[in-house]
Design a protein around this ligand. Structure first.
Ligand code: C2E
Ligand code: CA
Ligand code: CA
Ligand code: CA
Length: 269
């Protein structure tokens, strides 16, 4: 037992050290991603399944590291949240989306709402609303052109969330609660906050044993007149189930992966 303990410890120390090293490098590199031009956005369409029509799209960030190649946001967003670079990265995302919308509009395209992911760390930053307003002023992009995907977070108390959501609602930005169902206080604040949409987390959509939960979320949202969208829809069975329970909106590989060339999906005015 002693020997395997030691092996285990030795192995753990070794891997921890190299992980820490890698993490250190990435954290440093994250501070330079913008000036190095290593970030880009892809867009995943969102569909109205009844009308068979694209109703929106979600902007998703991509990082192409000079040596390491593509690094998933699942891996680098938490690091960026820890070292604070998420603030600059988040503003870069918002600015890029606004400029992109303007460019599409200038080309004559009808542009559906673009959903932008907002980290709880960005929300907690006292300058968040002001930097949003600055970006709208700077680009001339309308606040109604975008929506914010916000995850439930324990780091914001209900009063702060309430005042923030009210400010966002007052400037006409739509609010979507991302990963809905995975937090714990969902039910409580659903009718307390000015929420426009809930996005059912893919873990519920992709697990047949969670169908009852999906059904009750959809019913509740429909009753409260909050838009509801299913994420991570991959199969025709999932589409059929969602239609049966009156969930109209969906996003997922079944319809399209996130893509960089969105123009082919847009219609002209
Ligand atoms: P999320 O907001 O829940 O985004 C959905 C993720 O599921 C995306 O992964 C998307 O590519 C993936 N996905 C879409 N359809 C399907 C499907 O049918 N099946 C499966 N298995 N997956 C699907 P991605 O792009 O790797 O992003 C992962 C997470 O990183 C996002 O989860 C979000 O939390 C975060 N993220 C991405 N872009 C940004 C950003 O600009 N800012 C912030 N703060 N976070 C971001
Ligand atoms: Ca999202
Ligand atoms: Ca609203
Ligand atoms: Ca999710």
């Amino acid at each position: 037992a002693k020997k395997s303990d030691n092996l285990y410890i030795a192995g753990k120390v070794a891997s921890d050290t190299s992980q820490d090293h890698n993490r250190f490098i990435l954290e440093n590199d994250l501070r330079k991603v913008i000036e190095r031009n290593e970030l880009s956005l892809v867009y995943q369409p969102q569909y109205d399944m009844n009308r068979n029509e694209m109703i929106g799209m979600e902007a998703l960030i991509r990082w192409k590291h000079a040596e390491k190649g593509f690094i998933s946001p699942v891996d680098f967003i938490p690091l960026a949240e820890e070292n604070g670079s998420i603030i600059a990265i988040g503003n870069w995302v918002l600015l890029t989306v606004c400029n992109q919308i303007n460019e599409w509009k200038a080309k004559g395209f009808l542009v559906p709402t673009v959903a932008v992911n907002i980290s709880p760390v960005q929300l907690q930053n006292e300058n968040f609303v002001q930097s949003l307003l600055d970006i709208f002023t700077l680009t001339g992009c309308e606040p109604t052109s975008i929506s914010l995907e916000i995850t439930e977070s324990m780091t914001l108390d209900i009063e702060k969330t309430m005042s923030l959501f009210k400010q966002l609602n007052d400037i006409n930005i739509n609010i979507s609660v991302d990963d809905f169902g995975t937090g714990y206080s969902s039910l409580y604040y659903l009718d307390q906050l000015p929420i426009d949409q809930v996005k059912i987390d893919k873990s519920f959509i992709q697990n047949k044993s969670k169908q009852a939960i999906v059904k009750s979320i959809v019913e509740m949202a429909n009753n409260l007149q909050i838009e509801v969208i299913a994420e991570g829809v991959e199969t025709s069975e999932q589409v059929q189930f969602l239609q049966e329970i009156n969930c109209t909106y969906a996003q997922g590989y079944y319809f399209s992966k996130p893509i960089s060339d969105v123009e082919k999906l847009l219609r002209l005015k």
